[in-house]
Design a protein around this ligand. Structure first.
Ligand code: NAD
Ligand code: UGA
Length: 465
């Protein structure tokens, strides 16, 4: 049993603290947001993450997991202090904003009264371990206290965070103090994962390189998807065919709306910024970002190519979160898509199984015209009277909808499947004008519902003829 303090109770901090408690350690989680900590003390989680609530409840009940806003309480006898605060894109929209990490380091220094290992779990630019070291050294309230700094990047995915934390592919540890790195490794021994123990800069870089590589796979397949679409191939089959090659692998080859979330967008940006600052020209990273942005715009292009002007149209949006199984709206494609279609005069009807509140906040924050946005209770309500449906998030509950009912309630049977969850042939058979991401347009529906054909703009009638 070790005594652990985790700073920050977001996706990473809360999962890390809770899982370490589950493994038998004594954990105190510290956050500066009073309301968040008050709610956590009552068992109310600030995020949606499958399996986490039960684990928080269990470990709080048996006294292994505590929440506080007080650094002195959190650091009391702590042997390990994990910094898991946010590192969003900073002002100027390029590099990582280190303010929260720096502030956490200062707060640690002001309270630390014994030797401890400070571990950077936040995703931080190469060299940040040195920054934390310098801040702690220069702000220590007791200059005789010693400490070590270790980088231990986190690789969990939202929506599968508990599972990923408990079953990591590898544990990366970087430090100039090999003994401190080995001690941190002991915390992870129960997980039986391979360790990569290296220097601190390399550990910091492994995190960025991993995220950038996965983002690159996504942009690569999205570029291939656009080529497939133009040439009549099917990107889903292409990905399957490529994925059997062990050197390539099938993972992260799902073409669609591109990557969103709190990680890939900001981390690719930050890595490119680091390279720019170092006098390099990271062309591939810039291409990855450009392709990703273009994927979102494609939705509007597809809509207008079928509906003509969007003015006066009602567009149904299925899914708002940046991916399934999370309520996280950070850099979600839905926000851009809703902003673009509403700015062209369309109204939107939207539904997400868990992200309603976070979406409401995100849309307001991004200055979306809220009078054009109507939240609905399910997919069927979204479809009522809609001129088109757009699948934005691949929630399971969207995968087996009663399509004849959906089609029957729409004003025009247009479906843009941003996540390729349906089969084009089947959707065409059901009478939809269906467009996925990265496959030919497929045959025209054999029978357009009466009234629908004439309500399509001339361009589309020609397209379907
Ligand atoms: P988050 O925004 O969900 O949570 C961060 C938390 O830190 C918030 O609760 C905030 O109030 C708190 N905080 C900020 N400053 C603080 C301070 N000085 N003292 C105490 N608490 C403070 O962030 P997140 O998604 O958990 O990400 C945290 C870090 O982990 C980021 O660097 C991110 O890139 C990285 N990461 C995230 C994921 C993920 O899936 N979200 C996965 C791997 C790595
Ligand atoms: C990602 C990484 O997978 C984690 O390893 C990492 O720890 C985390 O970022 C982070 O550094 O914070 P996450 O953002 O939670 O995790 O979600 P992913 O499942 O990786 O998906 C990211 C985005 O890529 C989503 O928008 C998803 O829809 C998109 N994606 C994913 C695709 O478009 N195609 C794919 O084939 C896979």
């Amino acid at each position: 049993m070790s005594k652990i303090c985790v700073i920050g109770t977001g996706y990473v901090g809360l999962v890390t603290g809770t899982c370490f408690a589950e493994l038998g350690n004594q954990v105190t989680c510290v956050d500066i947001v009073v309301e968040k900590i008050e709610r956590l003390k009552q068992g109310i989680l600030p995020i949606y993450e499958p399996g986490l609530e039960e684990m928080v409840e269990r470990n709080t009940r048996v006294g292994r997991l505590h929440f506080t806003t007080s650094y002195s309480e959190g650091l009391d006898n702590a042997e390990y202090i994990f910094i898991s605060v946010n590192t969003p894109t900073g002002p100027g929209q390029r590099g990582a904003d280190m303010r929260y990490v720096e502030s956490a380091a200062r707060s640690i220094a002001e309270e630390l009264d014994h030797y401890a290992i400070i571990i950077n779990k936040s995703t931080v630019p190469v060299g940040s371990g040195d920054v934390v070291s310098r801040i702690v050294s220069s702000s220590l309230k007791r200059p005789d206290v010693t400490f070590a700094v270790v980088s231990n990047p986190e690789f969990l995915r939202e929506g599968a965070a508990v599972l990923d934390f408990m079953n990591p592919d590898r544990i990366v540890l970087g430090s100039s103090d090999a003994d401190a790195a080995r001690k941190v490794a002991t915390l992870y021994l129960p997980l039986r994962a391979p360790f990569v123990i290296t220097d601190i800069y390399t550990a910091e870089m492994i995190k960025y390189a991993s995220n950038a590589f996965l983002a690159t796979k996504i942009s690569f397949i999205n570029e291939i998807a656009q080529i497939c679409e133009r040439l009549g191939a099917d990107v889903k089959e292409v990905a399957a065919g490529m994925g059997f090659d062990k050197r390539i692998g099938r993972a992260f080859l799902d073409a669609g709306l591109g990557y969103g979330g709190s990680c890939f967008p900001k981390d690719v940006r930050a890595l490119a910024h680091m390279a720019d600052e170092a006098g390099l020209h990271p062309q591939m990273l810039h291409a990855v970002m450009d392709i990703n942005y273009d994927q979102r715009r494609l939705i509007v292009t597809k809509l207008t190519s079928i509906l003509g002007s969007l003015r006066g149209c009602t567009i149904g949006i299925l899914g708002l979160a940046f991916k399934a199984n999370t309520d996280d709206m950070r850099e979600a494609p839905s926000v851009d898509i809703i902003r673009w279609v509403t700015s062209q005069g369309a109204a939107v009807r939207v539904y997400d199984p868990v992200a309603r509140e976070t979406a409401d906040e995100a849309l307001k924050h991004e200055n979306v015209r809220m009078e054009s946005v109507q939240f609905c209770g399910d997919a069927y309500e979204v479809a009522e009277g809609a001129d088109a449906l757009v699948i934005v998030t691949e929630w399971n509950e969207f995968k087996s909808l009663n399509m004849p009912q959906i089609r029957g309630s729409m004003r025009r049977p247009v479906m843009i499947d941003g996540r390729n969850i349906y089969e084009a042939a089947e959707m065409n058979r059901l009478g939809f004008i269906y467009r996925g991401m990265g496959h030919g347009t497929g045959p025209a529906p054999s029978v357009l519902p009466s009234g629908d054909a004439t309500s399509l703009p001339p361009a589309q009638l020609e397209l379907e003829a």
